[in-house]
Design a protein around this ligand. Sequence first.
Ligand code: FMN
Length: 159
Amino acid sequence: MTKTLIAYFSRTGEQYGVGEIKEGNTKKLAEVIAQKTDGDLFEIKVVEDNYPDKYIPLIQFAKNEKAENARPEIVGEVKNFSDYDTVFIGYPNWWSDMPMPVYTFLEKYDFSNKKVYYFCTHEGSGGVHPKDFAVYGHIAQNDKTQTEKDVEKWLNNLI
Ligand SMILES: Cc1cc2nc3c(=O)[nH]c(=O)nc-3n(C[C@H](O)[C@H](O)[C@H](O)COP(=O)(O)O)c2cc1C
């Protein structure tokens, strides 16, 4: 039996191309992956959430956070992390990088002997590493059928 974790970072509020959203694009993608892999979800959230709700201020905030190479503290722990043999890590492309809290997460846990796969949502730049599975944010947000198809294809080619 394999045990699968899907850890992701995602925002609500105003996002590029989709307007005000109640559930983040990456979160929606993460949920499809969790459903298809029978995995457990973990949302990477920051302890002090100062991210603006509006897109333009968020862009600036994220730019500063990246420039500082910040490591914002994240909420909670993954229970029994060592039991997972496969970990999917999901992020929205922010300034052609991953949001800094994803780095906090990566540095907090020991990934040796685990299979690690990255997925992301974006609006044109794709993923940050060449092999990352990348889905347009507005597709993840608005087209579940297409997202499911793309996820299935990706998962089938992983092994
Ligand atoms: C701070 C910030 C920076 C972004 N930078 C990029 C970028 O460099 N390239 C890109 O294709 N999309 C960029 N986007 C668009 C997001 O990647 C896209 O809207 C994503 O689906 C948001 O995911 P979420 O709803 O899970 O937070 C950026 C969005 C934000 C808020």
